[in-house]
Write a protein of this length. Structure first.
Length: 162
């Protein structure tokens, strides 16, 4: 296992947050339930704000090395990319492909829940692979943000399926 630095993680996190914003905006336009539309609007705004916050947090990190192990073949970046590529919304194309399956509010909520779960798992893996104390704390903040999103979506899904 390689030790990653938080600069790389925050860049990937910002990409994921941007794709989350796009998903929530487009999914909102596909559904009819007005309460769910409000939840998706709020989450799209939150994703945008989180991206800005993560960029700010990234800028506050101390300069660090690429990793703490010798990596002449640049395998560290390949591993990091592979982990990110497993995320449901790693690219714009994946957002569009997943949205093509959304036909109603329940589909959109379930996909949003999957997005947030994938984000939490990704950030937990990256937190585990990061070696610096301050970097681990910053990534922990990312995880807390995604847990709040998951909670909002899960509560709305529960309300609709009662």
């Amino acid at each position: 296992m390689y030790g990653f630095n938080a600069h790389e993680i925050f860049q990937i996190a910002m990409d994921i947050e941007e794709n989350g914003r796009v998903f929530y905006e487009k999914a909102r336009d596909k559904i009819q339930d007005q309460d769910a539309k409000q939840v998706f609007t709020a989450l799209a705004l939150a994703e945008s704000e989180h991206k800005k916050r993560f960029a700010s947090m990234k800028s506050e990190l101390p300069p660090t090395q690429q990793g703490e192990v010798w990596d002449p073949d640049n395998e560290m970046n390949s591993y990091l990319k592979m982990m990110a590529d497993m995320h449901v919304f790693r690219s714009d194309e994946e957002v569009e492909e997943q949205l093509s399956w959304v036909t109603d509010t329940l589909d959109a909520l379930n996909l949003g829940i999957q997005f947030e779960k994938d984000s939490i798992i990704f950030f937990l893996d990256m937190q585990h692979a990061t070696t610096g104390k301050q970097e681990k704390e910053f990534i922990g903040q990312l995880i807390d943000e995604e847990r709040e999103h998951l909670k909002k979506l899960s509560l709305k899904l529960r309300d609709l399926t009662k």
